[in-house]
Design a protein around this ligand. Sequence first.
Ligand SMILES: NC(=O)c1ccc[n+]([C@@H]2O[C@H](COP(=O)([O-])OP(=O)(O)OC[C@H]3O[C@@H](n4cnc5c(N)ncnc54)[C@H](OP(=O)(O)O)[C@@H]3O)[C@@H](O)[C@H]2O)c1
Length: 245
Amino acid sequence: MVKNSIVRIKAYPMTNLNVAIFGCSGAIGKALCIEYINKPNIDNIIAYSRSGEEFENNQIKSIKVDYCNEQSLAEAASSLQIKLDIIIVAIGALDNPEKSIRDLSTEKFLDMFNANTIPTALIAKYYLPCLYRDRITKFASISARVGSIQDNELGGWYSYRASKSALNMILKGLSIEQQRLNHDSIIFGLHPGTVDSKLSRPFQKKNKEYFSPEFSAKKLVNVIDAKTVDDNGKIFAWDNTIIPY
Ligand SMILES: NC(=O)c1ccc[n+]([C@@H]2O[C@H](COP(=O)([O-])OP(=O)(O)OC[C@H]3O[C@@H](n4cnc5c(N)ncnc54)[C@H](OP(=O)(O)O)[C@@H]3O)[C@@H](O)[C@H]2O)c1
């Protein structure tokens, strides 16, 4: 056991990391890009968005991609000239969540899966082969506490909750499959806290405090940094506590 740990530490490149972040037009995705610029051990940050969101810092390379279009993802992945150490998916939407099952519609259900579940699965399909195979790599997708089945004490929000529970299942499956290719692969979900963003604004309450995207990104990067192979397949909140499935 101790011997294995020593091998892993040797294999981990503490410097020159290449990070790809998807969903960089969003509040948390953008803040994650900026948080990574401030870290001394990062070489390249590749910022993917549907709009081609530009950043002032030239350490960040912006690339436009349609997350639900396989051809777009395949072309973007095949044009990548470097191997990646870290992939983060910060894509998602929450529109008119259902208070009751009576509010559910096929259209809403599909919209939530298109925004919250399918992008991570497709990004994994095309980008897991872009990760290094001979060192620690991390693939994280931003899920939500409300995707936890055990944690659901309020009900409602059927399609958003289900899309995030399904995302958690996708991450679990990926964590098993990718470890067969790289013993040092770590795949996990993240809950960012309740963050001020376009997504959360319609549901914000007057007297409640919300994290800034910058605060959440700082905490999430700390969580990502702390992950080891023992964390593979699990879901973590912004404060590094485990969220049950
Ligand atoms: N904010 C919170 O309190 C909170 C809490 C728990 C979990 N989360 C999760 O955190 C992640 C980031 O959210 P955020 O707060 O940063 O929200 P945000 O500012 O609204 O950003 C959402 C991102 O997702 C993309 N997106 C939205 N709908 C999409 C669709 N149908 N297909 C593809 N991409 C889509 C957006 O791209 P465009 O700009 O191109 O539309 C944007 O990049 C989401 O997964 C969200 O569920 C947030």
